[in-house]
Design a protein around this ligand. Structure first.
Ligand SMILES: C[S@@+](CC[C@H](N)C(=O)[O-])C[C@H]1O[C@@H](n2cnc3c(N)ncnc32)[C@H](O)[C@@H]1O
Length: 430
């Protein structure tokens, strides 16, 4: 093994790496850019395995649990973008106890223990450091310390290195050698970031924004243009709170007490004879626990105040707001507080609401659903697969998943290749 460590030291154009949980190949692309040779990959998804072979000429093995560590060739750097679902805040926070994926880090340790590569490079959501009161992170440290590695990490996002995507991920480098730990350096952050506009394509087979959603954005714009807002917070406008005055926690109220209040859009609760009738007239987010959940608590106060200040405008506006989709009734403003023009922003249709972002930097690409692909409202279309590939610095790949939603899923799962390349170029310098 030490031979390979020397190879890195003497000749930066020849080091060997393995790519576990290879996906569409973000690690591979970043390592290859530095002259790395992939000697083994594994990926459980058959379609992605074929695509990986087309792009990189290496056919990945399947399930890591079935890989015999002795069959993996020796290598200098072991890369593993182990699945992030068990750790992501969007997931169920089961952490290491998740039977399907939470234990996959043990498979990485098993292969590293056998081959003793100079470095192990891992990537995941930042939440793995803190989940379960830091227990998972302590577990990882113990496992790696026991096989002779020390762990170092840095949270990095493409926007830090000039690529217009906000995507915070934790990059973990495990070093065997004490000197490597001391000399480890991380990519420098830049204040100069390419604007998203500069990576957009002018021609292509673009997916247009559906007419109903385009109308919806126009309708919200009418409200935003007419509102008298003394103070716009970076929080949501929850339209169902317009005219509502029900208590934010009514879990202990009797039916008789409750029907004195007004529900969603100021609907009177008087006359309701059952709790079901009451709950039907309340915003969807209070129905489960009979109280306003934390994630929208401050927006409820803000929206009620806003309504009082803009009653005439709001009363007219709500009559034409589509009510069939709960998430269309909430505007999550994360954009410019001085400029309330939706067309000067990016939009994402999320389960929690219509989220608006500043237009210069795309929000994180998400693997779980293609319905959350960012919208470019001033062009009336979604971000394309090619543009998503650029946001992950994977646009040079010639083979991609056939349908759009599989391609977005793959890019949403991938590690940004440029960050990998910058981290690795520092590792192989010494
Ligand atoms: C977070 S993604 C890693 C993506 C990759 N780093 C990239 O740049 O595309 C995790 C990948 O692990 C794969 N995976 C999940 N369980 C696996 C297993 N038991 N064996 C091998 N691969 C697995 C998933 O299909 C997914 O592509």
């Amino acid at each position: 093994m030490e031979i390979h460590s020397n190879v890195i030291k003497q000749n930066t154009s020849a080091f060997r790496f393995v790519d576990l949980f290879a996906g569409i190949g973000g690690f591979h692309a970043g390592m290859a850019e530095n002259g790395g040779e992939c000697v083994f990959a594994c990926e459980i998804d058959d379609t992605l395995r074929k695509i990986y072979e087309n792009n990189f000429g290496v056919f990945p093995e399947g399930d890591i649990k079935k890989v015999d560590e002795k069959s993996v060739p020796s290598h200098d750097i072991l890369c593993a973008g182990f699945p992030c679902q068990p750790f992501s805040l969007a997931g169920k926070k089961k952490g290491q106890t998740c039977p399907e994926s939470g234990q996959l880090i043990d498979e990485v340790v098993r292969i590293a223990e056998h081959h003793k590569p100079r470095y192990v490079l891992l990537e995941n959501v930042p939440n793995i450091i803190t989940i379960d009161n830091g227990n998972f992170w302590r577990y990882m440290n113990t496992r790696f310390n026991d096989i002779g590695y020390s762990l170092h990490y840095r949270i990095l996002s493409p926007v830090d290195i000039g690529v217009p995507q906000n995507r915070q991920r934790v990059f973990i480098v495990a070093c065997r050698d004490k000197t490597d730990s001391y000399t480890l350096t991380w990519p420098e952050q830049t204040s100069q970031c390419t604007r998203l506009e500069n990576i957009l394509d002018h021609k292509g087979d673009f997916r247009l924004l559906e007419p109903a959603k385009a109308e919806l954005l126009k309708h919200w714009q009418q409200l935003l243009s007419q509102l008298c807002i003394t103070e716009l917070h970076s929080i949501s406008i929850a339209a169902p709170e317009f005219g509502a005055d029900y208590p934010k926690n009514f879990s202990r109220l009797t039916l008789k007490e409750m029907i004195q209040y007004k529900g969603a859009y100021g609907q009177s609760l008087t006359g309701c004879t059952t709790w079901k009738e009451v709950l039907d007239r309340l915003p969807s987010y209070v129905r489960k626990n009979r109280q306003v959940p934390d994630w929208i608590n401050s927006s409820v106060d803000f929206s009620r105040k806003l309504y009082i200040q803009n009653k005439t405008v709001a009363d007219k506006w709500i009559t034409r707001l589509p009510r069939h989709n709960n998430s269309w009734q909430i505007m999550e403003w994360r954009g410019d507080r001085q400029n309330l023009t939706i067309n000067d922003h990016l939009v994402q249709f999320r389960a929690s609401g219509i989220r608006v972002f500043r237009k210069d930097v795309a929000p994180s690409l998400i693997s779980m659903t293609s319905t959350q692909v960012p919208v470019i409202p001033w062009l009336g279309r979604y971000i394309s697969v090619r543009e998503a590939a650029k946001l992950q610095n994977l646009h040079h790949l010639s083979s991609l998943p056939e349908n759009n939603s599989a391609a977005f899923k793959a890019f949403g799962n991938a590690v940004n290749a440029k960050i990998v390349s910058m981290v690795v170029s520092n590792l192989i310098k010494h």
